[in-house]
Ligand binder design. Sequence first.
Ligand code: AMP
Length: 322
Amino acid sequence: MIKKIYRTIKKYDTIVIARHIGVDPDALSSQLALKESIELTFPKKKVYAIGCGSSKFSYIGKLDKLEEIPKDALLIVTDTPDKRRIDSADPSMYDACIKIDHHPYIETFASLEWIDDTSSSASQLILELINQSPLKMNASIARKLFIGLICDTNRFAFNNSTPKTFNLVAHLLEDYPLDLEKIYQEIYMRPLNEFRLQGYIAENLTITDNGVAFIKLSDELLTKFKTDAGAAGNVVNSFNYVEDYLVWIIVSEDVKNDLFKINIRSRGPVINQVAERYNGGGHKYASGARVMTMDEVDSLIKELDLVTKQYIEKKEETQNED
Ligand code: AMP
């Protein structure tokens, strides 16, 4: 697969690299690292990394503006399992398309698809692609990939960090000693307002009998904290390791887009199948959803509560059998 991907990249003079909507560090890092590596290897190629950016992630790098879809171009989509989630690109408008993704399979939209849902991150896949092909690496690419890996593994705390992940990262750091303290500061430094919002969430979480914690943040409240619907995405991982719940849900009113943005995390029950029924998806234990009404929000919470109940019952059954 890696050979095929490399050969396809080599063949095209113009390459556009996209990733999923709702940009996050792994999506952006994988996209920008691949762009930089292709440019470094093939200085004559025109490579564009596209999609809506976020000033929050400006420390990772800059995106390009594409006035029109270039002719005879190759599209590469990283970190995106389905067509509807691609930010600013339609595979049918390109000569060829490659998907490089670590989400569970949803649908085929590219002529060449490399999907490995055992990989910690899309950045890990790009790292493997560069390591195993003539594509070149430098310190700036290494830094981007490291950031993507850190963010999608939550500093290697999730089980998606495998021995392979650690091996790849160890070799990367051997070859490109990175300023870890600086990188961690870039990733985790945040405004006091957001930290205060985190405190508010901790104070006001509702917890169901089955161990599902949730909170609904209105636009009024988010404005009071001088934050917006994007803030929950930055704080949701901080709510892990609380023994009173297994699943936690942050609902944020997004007035700009007239919807509710939902961040969901789990320490056991599989949540992505429920999220998929609510215009969402993601990984088994880290998902998101977007719904239009509060009724749908409540229904999503109910379904997650049921899944959590079933998870606990199944666990108890197995324990009793032992
Ligand atoms: P987040 O809570 O935004 O950090 O997202 C966690 C995971 O769920 C990431 O892999 C996202 O790509 C995925 N995700 C978030 N929102 C959606 C959505 N509306 N549809 C599909 N996947 C999503």
